[in-house]
Ligand binder design. Structure first.
Ligand code: FES
Ligand SMILES: [Fe+2]
Length: 421
């Protein structure tokens, strides 16, 4: 039975959490950005794209060609230049439009347009690639050169290393997932420990967590300028830890048990506010066990892990969508919501979120009214649970590989039998 409880060891407000909704976001992982590929996403409705330059450095551009406003969707990266699909304008990643001489469509731009080339450039955001994550510094106002940004928020506080995680001790599996709901609802969902028991018990391995074991927790909460750390303690005689979580605004949550230096298992969740009713989550599970890549591939660890990710997120999906509706209808006002003691981290999140919106509302920078073409919104949703095709593909891989393994064992046994008889 869950009761409202007093919070132990917590400061009573999130005032000291000073970050805004603008700043560094983990927008995808290195695997998502293939060489010569373009990765499309958006933040707060603004369409953006990533590609790699000559030095293999990631470049984040506004997805807008300055010739006549086409998206780079359908374009390509060749010899580390990004090429617009409409008239073939080529852009080098040294912040100058270098080679309009090479534009394919010669009846628009040819060798006589050198001056035009020098003054035509893409708009950018600062971008870093660390430990297979690609981070973008988002302000809502892209600039011609990354050097023009005055970066106030340090990327360091977002990095799990700065909270004690040693990546070299772990291997990981990861997935991206898209949702038609507001991103803050998903952040709240991932801070919410109680629903794991009620909603996800069947999908989690083992039977320790489920409706039968739902219980009350005390919490220790520590709020700093850039993060909130909460430890959930079983409210029983031993008061032992159930789980700890660190929320690092604007969009990262780290979950683990014990200390981040020694945890066997660490989950990192990143949340992208792509648009109203559009959010992407990057989930990565680090583990210190079962680290052999050949062994884990033999037992289909990755595919089975993906299946668990997809199931868990599908279980949440309807709730997230209906909550988004309730929020947009104005039903989620404080006076209509009755929080439990266990909901304290959620309250801290919403307090921060509200105060961050008051200081600067990124949704006002690129607003989308209902009569604006929805092409970017529609193209963005590519990962499950929105896209069931990928779920089915993953299931097919599992069935095929299981049959293949059984077949190999059967043939091997038969050959052995024939040899020995
Ligand atoms: S719109 Fe991009 S080259 Fe014309
Ligand atoms: Fe959930």
């Amino acid at each position: 039975m869950v009761n409202a409880i007093t919070i132990k060891g917590s400061k009573d407000s999130s005032d000291s959490l000073s970050c805004s909704l603008l700043g560094w976001y983990a927008v995808c992982t290195s695997k998502n950005l293939k060489n010569d590929g373009i990765y499309f996403f958006s933040l707060f409705n603004e369409p953006l794209a990533l590609y790699r330059d000559k030095q293999n450095k990631t470049i984040c551009i506004k997805d807008f060609c300055p010739h006549r406003g086409a998206s780079f969707r359908g374009g390509e990266v060749k010899n580390n230049e990004i090429i617009c699909p409409y008239h073939g304008a080529r852009f080098a990643s040294d912040q100058t439009c270098s080679k309009l001489a090479n534009v394919n469509c010669q009846h628009i731009v040819d060798l006589r347009y050198d001056n035009y080339a020098k003054n035509t450039y893409l708009l950018q955001y600062p971008c870093e690639e660390i430990e297979d994550y690609i981070y973008v510094y988002y302000t809502g106002k892209p600039k011609a050169a990354v050097e023009e940004f005055r970066i106030k928020e340090s990327l360091g506080t977002l990095l799990p290393e700065s909270h004690g995680l040693r990546f070299s001790d772990y291997v990981y599996e990861e997935a991206l997932l898209d949702f038609k709901c507001d991103w803050d609802r998903i952040v709240e969902n991932h801070l919410d420990i109680l629903h794991i028991f009620w909603m996800h018990g069947k999908s989690l391995p083992g039977n320790a967590i489920g409706r039968h074991s739902i219980t009350s927790f005390d919490q220790k909460t520590e709020t700093k300028a850039n993060s909130i750390r909460t430890t959930y303690l079983h409210r029983n005689a031993s008061n032992d830890e159930f789980i700890s979580q660190i929320f690092i605004p604007p969009g990262r949550i780290i979950m683990y048990k014990g200390s981040l230096e020694s945890a066997r298992y660490v989950q990192i969740l990143d949340h992208l506010p792509m648009g109203r009713n559009r959010a992407r989550v990057i989930v990565r599970h680090y583990r210190k066990f079962f680290m052999s890549s050949s062994l884990s591939s033999l037992v289909l660890f990755k595919q089975l892990q993906l299946r668990t990710f997809y199931n868990i997120f599908l279980e949440d999906y309807l709730v997230l969508q209906t909550q988004t509706f309730s929020q947009q209808m104005g039903y989620m006002r404080d006076e209509n919501i009755r929080l439990l003691g266990e909901d304290r981290p959620l309250k801290l999140f919403w307090d921060w979120h509200k105060s961050a919106l008051r200081k600067c509302n990124p949704w006002d920078i690129h607003p989308i009214s209902s009569n604006i073409n929805s092409i970017h919104k529609d193209l963005l949703m590519v990962y499950p649970p929105e896209n069931q095709r990928l779920v089915r593909k993953n299931n097919r891989i599992i069935y095929f590989r299981v049959i293949l393994r059984i077949g190999i064992v059967f043939i091997f046994s038969l050959a052995l039998y024939l040899l020995l008889t």
